[in-house]
Design a protein around this ligand. Structure first.
Ligand code: GLU
Length: 310
């Protein structure tokens, strides 16, 4: 990788973020998880890490936030390693075209979720992880910490608890899947694990470092540690491209043109395979549940740097 390739990235990232700070934010902070509603809606941070470990950041890039559904990608990465291709008997790889917590499709499709990045799919992945791991919460946290050798990653128990108290949708999804025989463990244990996964906190800087392995064929290029095989890295990126933005995955591809994943905490991670990972955080969400300004920053950045996969 030639370092010159990234000349001008810092200046560009700063100017784009400043521009986006000025535009009216038509979104709203997620309120269905009460604890998320307290977050300052005006936060805006971005961090880009290249596979040769150059770092560019701007704004609130070192402040931690709840990564929410972004953790579904990490859960998938571990579950594929543990369960292998059998996993695909229990969850599909197609875009859902419905909201992240929709029940409708699940009934039509006999309790097999469309993909692992919607809530139903992630609950199945959590069930699989519980079947394999001795101490699921501890082991999963160790897995995420090892990926980027970052011992400072942790669950936020207040957020997990807050979601548990309001988690009626997720309870409905898991009960429905259980009725179809697609959940093997105790429902309350799976839900508790899922809520904790969603509560993990990272800053944009930490998030970009954590996901760099997906920009580098499954290997963390900084530590040289293989996290997933090259084939699985390709597949995870493909799933993110098709399914990472609820029923707005098409729009994200259209405008940004990178595999990525969003969370209702306002974070987005996007991957430019062979080049970089970039994390953005802005808590106000558009109607589809994706960070409004986060998408704007990424659209402008990939357009100006011509760094989309298309
Ligand atoms: N914990 C959230 C939920 O289950 C995750 C949603 C998201 O970030 O997409 O509703």
């Amino acid at each position: 990788m030639k370092a010159e390739k990234f000349i001008g990235y810092q200046k560009l990232l700063s100017s784009i973020t400043v521009e986006c700070q000025k535009i009216d934010d038509i979104g709203n902070v997620a309120s269905y998880i009460p604890e998320l509603h307290h977050i300052d809606p005006n936060k805006l941070g971005v961090h880009l890490t290249t596979i040769d470990n150059q770092n560019f950041s701007f704004g609130d890039s070192t402040e931690k936030f709840s990564i929410q559904s972004i953790s579904k990608v990490l859960a998938l990465a571990l579950a594929i390693e543990l369960e292998g291709d059998n996993l695909w008997n229990r969850v599909g790889v197609e875009p859902s075209g419905t909201a992240f917590n929709s029940l409708v499709q699940l009934e039509y499709e006999n309790g097999i979720p469309r993909n692992p990045l919607i809530n139903a799919g992630a609950l199945v992945i959590c069930d699989i992880l519980i079947s394999h791991l001795k101490k699921p919460k501890y082991d999963f946290l160790e897995f995420t910490r090892n990926i980027s050798e970052n011992p400072n990653l942790n669950y936020n128990s207040k957020i997990a608890e807050s979601e548990k108290l309001a988690g009626f949708r997720n309870a409905s999804l898991i009960n429905l899947m259980r009725s179809y025989g697609n959940i093997n463990n105790d429902i309350n244990i799976v839900l508790d694990f899922y809520f904790n996964l969603c509560s993990i906190e990272m800053s944009c800087q930490e998030l970009a470092h954590e996901f760099l392995f997906l920009a580098s064929d499954g290997i963390n290029p900084v530590t040289n540690q293989r996290i997933v095989s090259s084939r699985r890295s390709k597949r995870i990126n493909a799933i993110m491209l098709m399914c990472g933005f609820y029923d707005e995955a098409g729009e994200f591809s259209f405008k940004v043109g990178l595999p990525g994943k969003s969370g209702v905490g306002g974070g987005i991670i996007a991957i430019y395979p062979g080049n970089y990972s970039i994390a953005v955080w802005s808590p106000k969400l558009n109607k589809k549940g994706n960070s409004y300004k986060g998408m704007k920053v990424l659209e402008s950045f990939t357009t100006k740097t011509r760094s989309s996969i298309f």
